[in-house]
Design a protein around this ligand. Structure first.
Ligand code: HEC
Ligand code: HEC
Length: 154
C-alpha cells in the first residue's frame, strides 16, 4: 500500500513538472520564446535627442532628459551635467538651471552648492528611447481623470 502511494505521488509530480515546462508562459518579455531557443535580437533603439522638453505627467515628476547623455560622466571628480545645468553655467549653455530643490538639504535649508542628495542626476532623470513600449502602460494623468469626472457629473 505504501509503495503504491509513493508511486502515485511520483507520477503526479513528474506530470506537473512536464506541464509547467510545456506552458512556459511566465517570460512574456521573451515573446513566448522557448528557453532553449534564441530569439533574433531587436535593433538597439536610439536615444531621443530632439532637445524638446517633455510634458511632466505629475508635478513632482523629475523631467525626462531631452538630449543624449552619452559619455557624460558623473563621478567623484566630475559632474558633466552641472557644466551646463549649474547656476553659473546656464547663461552660456542656455540649459535650464537645476531646480532650487536640488540645493536643499534634508532639513530644508539651502546650500551654496548642489546637495549631495541630488548629485547623481541619473538616479532620477532618464533619457527616452525611440522604441515601442514592451508592455502596455495604462497611466492616466490627473487632469484627464478630473475632466472625465466633471463631464460625468454634468
Ligand atoms: C552641453 C550642455 C548640457 C549638458 C552637459 C547636459 N545638459 Fe541637460 N539640457 C541642456 C539643454 C540646453 C537643455 C534644454 C533642452 C535642450 O536643448 O535639450 C537640457 C535639458 C535637460 C532636462 C530637461 C529639463 C526640463 O525642464 O524638461 C533635463 C532633465 C536635463 N537636461 C538633464 C541633464 C542631465 C541629467 C545631464 C547629465 C547626465 C545633462 N542634462 C547634461 C544642456 C545640457
Ligand atoms: C532625487 C532625485 C533627483 C536627482 C538626484 C536630481 N534631480 Fe533634477 N529634478 C528632480 C525632480 C523631482 C524635479 C522636478 C521638481 C523640482 O523642481 O524639484 C527635478 C527638476 C530638474 C530640472 C528642471 C528644473 C526646472 O526648473 O525646470 C533640471 C534641469 C534638473 N532637475 C537637473 C538635474 C541635474 C543636472 C541633476 C544632477 C546634478 C539632478 N537634476 C539630480 C529630481 C532629481
Amino acid at each position: 500500500m505504501k509503495k503504491q502511494l509513493v508511486f502515485i505521488l511520483l507520477a503526479f509530480s513528474l506530470f506537473s513538472l512536464v506541464s509547467v515546462a510545456a506552458d512556459n508562459e511566465v517570460a512574456t518579455l521573451r515573446d513566448q520564446t522557448k528557453i532553449e531557443d534564441q530569439k533574433k535580437p531587436e535593433i538597439i533603439p536610439k536615444v531621443i535627442n530632439k532637445d524638446i522638453k517633455r510634458k511632466r505627467n505629475y508635478p513632482m515628476q523629475p523631467p525626462v532628459i531631452p538630449h543624449t547623455i552619452r559619455n557624460y560622466e558623473v563621478n567623484i571628480n566630475n559632474n558633466k551635467c552641472m557644466t551646463c545645468h549649474g547656476r553659473q553655467r546656464t547663461e552660456e549653455s542656455q540649459a535650464p538651471m537645476v531646480s532650487v530643490t536640488h540645493f536643499m538639504n534634508r532639513d530644508g535649508n539651502f546650500l551654496a552648492e548642489i546637495s549631495p542628495r541630488r548629485y547623481f542626476c541619473n538616479q532620477c532623470h532618464v533619457t527616452q528611447l525611440d522604441a515601442k513600449p514592451l508592455i502596455e502602460n495604462e497611466f492616466v494623468d490627473m487632469h484627464s481623470l478630473m475632466k472625465k469626472r466633471n463631464s460625468a457629473e454634468k
